[in-house]
Design a protein around this ligand. Structure first.
Ligand SMILES: *[C@@H]1O[C@H](CO)[C@@H](O)[C@H](O)[C@H]1NC(C)=O
Ligand SMILES: *[C@@H]1O[C@H](CO)[C@@H](O)[C@H](O)[C@H]1NC(C)=O
Ligand SMILES: *[C@@H]1O[C@H](CO)[C@@H](O)[C@H](O)[C@H]1NC(C)=O
Ligand SMILES: *[C@@H]1O[C@H](CO)[C@@H](O)[C@H](O)[C@H]1NC(C)=O
Ligand SMILES: *[C@@H]1O[C@H](CO)[C@@H](O)[C@H](O)[C@H]1NC(C)=O
Ligand SMILES: *[C@@H]1O[C@H](CO)[C@@H](O)[C@H](O)[C@H]1NC(C)=O
Ligand SMILES: *[C@@H]1O[C@H](CO)[C@@H](O)[C@H](O)[C@H]1NC(C)=O
Ligand SMILES: *[C@@H]1O[C@H](CO)[C@@H](O)[C@H](O)[C@H]1NC(C)=O
Ligand SMILES: *[C@@H]1O[C@H](CO)[C@@H](O)[C@H](O)[C@H]1NC(C)=O
Ligand SMILES: *[C@@H]1O[C@H](CO)[C@@H](O)[C@H](O)[C@H]1NC(C)=O
Ligand SMILES: *[C@@H]1O[C@H](CO)[C@@H](O)[C@H](O)[C@H]1NC(C)=O
Ligand SMILES: *[C@@H]1O[C@H](CO)[C@@H](O)[C@H](O)[C@H]1NC(C)=O
Length: 476
């Protein structure tokens, strides 16, 4: 139910007067308003938004958000900005504390496609952005659309060629495009029941946030557009992602550390398809990643399933992957990934970088069908992989595309792409690998030319336990 704000305000003043009359002790508005009071709601159309998708509604929408945030400051309860059915073309919108955007079913927020629709600093290029805000969110069953296809300069099945807004010279090549939605330095963020469509660059970006809940959302990017990431979580603690569908070109769920560590991320009950990694830690990895759980995830025809791409000295520990079904296949080598169901690498990005350590990883109840094997690659010095466990894992190896194989992909940086025959598990620089109940099955002739189950040199791989390990030809 929507409530007229003036009415509520009058009631608030009345209650406040009563309370002040009854007692001289300070009472917060929160304790005055009953917990089952309806949410305040302001509609953008009441502030002049047209919803035609033809003219910019930026000013009206921003005024609604500002008004909503003021009522939050007054009542200390969330205020919803509602978007009735329609298309709302807009430049960057700034979400404020206490405001939830309620984009209703059949309503779409359409991001502008002009450079002047976005602020000066490139790292603030978002269609919707909240900065240093608390109690913020997005919901309503509707859509936020970045019009990403308008940013394609040339469509190409291998990889689209994208527009570059490098006017200020501040960014690199075709990476100068706006992201869709960003929460930067926020607390208590909730994003649910909303669809994100056609981001021009990354889709949902969570940066230095505390307590973020993302559930029942879907993300549809373009399969051939580079940097069309799903959810990028950076330097944030306590992030929960559940019931998401992500179908996009670049990494689907991608934790990174740039300015500080990241603790406690859980992603469960998701369905993912991507031309890159479904789950990828890195490659920005300057600080620690710790305490992550990925559970009940289906990964379909992706270029990589579960990936750790650690390049900048951050240490990774205590990560569990469980109940995951994966299918991976080759795509063009211009995309990172070589169809590995599981890809764990740490190496120094360049001469100025260090290798971070990776320890205490568990893979439990994993089923996969893939065109390539598992790649586990630590590096000398601090980059040894320590204490890896694979329990109840069924890997089926099967070639079904005609893309080139026989390459190991260390990108970005490190050794780049290297010619090397494939194997079920390729292992380098590991200390402590425990394998229990792992089956490798090899299908058809094309695959059998590389049916080397385990490849490692004892000089770099130490303390390996294989129990109930099976490798054999696929029979049915
Ligand atoms: C949204 O549009 C669909 C199809 O036109 C219609 O069936 C549905 O009732 C609409 N929902 C709302 C909330 O307007
Ligand atoms: C969003 O607004 C719609 C229409 O006003 C309302 O029916 C719905 O309950 C609101 N959603 C939430 C989560 O408050
Ligand atoms: C970005 O713009 C600057 C200044 O115009 C130019 O020097 C630089 O080469 C451009 N970079 C790329 C990768 O396009
Ligand atoms: C996350 O937690 C770590 C460890 O307590 C802390 O150093 C870091 O500042 C926290 N990050 C944020 C964004 O609050
Ligand atoms: C995060 O959530 C926890 C548990 O709900 C709560 O104790 C904590 O205060 C929240 N943190 C912030 C920054 O609001
Ligand atoms: C991570 O979660 C654990 C267990 O719930 C909790 O004790 C710890 O404080 C959390 N870390 C951060 C940085 O919030
Ligand atoms: C696993 O996730 C799917 C959605 O992808 C959901 O339908 C199913 O109930 C989940 N299973 C469990 C055991 O939670
Ligand atoms: C994975 O596939 C198996 C067999 O095909 C199925 O029993 C299981 O429920 C699937 N798990 C997930 C997470 O989809
Ligand atoms: C990673 O761990 C090593 C060894 O304990 C430590 O020297 C280094 O500072 C850690 N790196 C970061 C970024 O915390
Ligand atoms: C692996 O395959 C075996 C036998 O075919 C089956 O019993 C087991 O449930 C499978 N495990 C997983 C995690 O798929
Ligand atoms: C692995 O699968 C088995 C059988 O389905 C189940 O009993 C067990 O709880 C699962 N383990 C994890 C860590 O989810
Ligand atoms: C060998 O690795 C296992 C994990 O697989 C670990 O628990 C054990 O401590 C390691 N042993 C030595 C001697 O390092």
């Amino acid at each position: 139910m929507k409530l007229n704000c003036t009415l509520l305000y009058t009631r608030y003043l009345l209650l406040l007067a009563l309370t002040l009359h009854q007692s001289s002790s300070a009472t917060s508005p929160l304790s005055i308003l009953q917990s089952d009071d309806p949410i305040l709601a302001l509609s953008v159309t009441d502030y002049g938004a047209t919803g035609t998708g033809l003219q910019y509604d930026t000013v009206s929408i921003q005024s609604t958000i500002d008004a909503c945030s003021s009522t939050f400051a007054l009542y200390l309860r969330p205020c919803h900005v509602t978007f009735p059915p329609g298309k709302y073309l807009t430049a960057t919108l700034y979400l404020k504390s206490g405001v939830v955007l309620n984009v209703s079913e059949n309503a779409t927020i359409l991001g502008g496609t002009r450079l002047e629709d976005y602020p000066e600093e490139q790292d603030k290029w978002y269609v919707v952005v909240a900065e240093n805000a608390a109690e913020v969110g997005i919901t309503g069953g509707g859509e936020i659309n970045g019009q990403g296809l308008e940013f394609v300069r040339r469509f190409d099945e291998r990889k689209n060629v994208m527009v570059s807004w490098n006017e200020t010279g501040a960014c690199l090549g075709d990476k100068c495009r706006p992201r869709l939605v960003g929460f930067i330095g926020c607390e208590n963020v909730r994003i649910w029941n909303v669809r994100f469509n056609q981001p021009a660059f990354w889709c949902l970006h969570i940066v230095r946030c505390q307590n973020t809940s993302i559930h029942d959302i879907s993300i549809y990017g373009d399969f051939n557009t580079p940097n069309n990431d799903g959810i990028d979580i950076e330097d944030s603690n306590n992030t929960l992602i559940t019931r998401c569908t992500i179908d996009t070109g670049d990494d689907a769920i991608c934790p990174k550390t740039c300015t500080g560590p990241m603790y406690n991320l859980s992603a469960t009950n998701c369905w993912i398809k991507t031309k890159s990694s479904a789950i990828k830690l890195g490659s920005a990895s300057f600080f620690a990643f710790k305490g992550f759980i990925f559970d009940n995830i289906t990964i379909v025809e992706s270029h990589r399933g579960l990936g750790l791409q650690i390049r900048d000295g951050g240490n990774v520990s205590d990560i569990t992957f469980s109940n995951i079904n994966i299918s991976t296949r080759y795509y063009d080598p211009s995309w990172w990934g070589r169809a590995e169901p599981i890809y764990i690498t740490t190496c120094p990005r360049d001469n100025n970088s260090k290798a971070g350590s990776i320890s205490n990883l568990q893979f439990i109840n994993i089923t996969s069908t893939s065109e390539n094997g598992v790649f586990l690659s630590g590096s000398k010095g601090g980059g040894v992989l320590r204490n890896l466990k694979f329990i109840n894992v069924n890997l089926t190896y099967k070639r079904w595309t005609n893309y080139v194989d026989g390459l190991i992909d260390y990108r970005p940086g490190c050794q780049g792409l290297v010619n090397h025959s494939s194997a079920g598990f390729i292992m380098e620089h590991i200390d402590g690998l425990f394998v229990n109940n792992v089956n490798m099955r090899w299908a058809e002739e094309k695959t059998r030319k590389w049916n080397n189950p385990l490849e490692f040199r004892p000089s770099t791989v130490n303390n390996v336990t294989l129990s109930n390990f099976y490798s054999g030809l696929y029979e049915r």
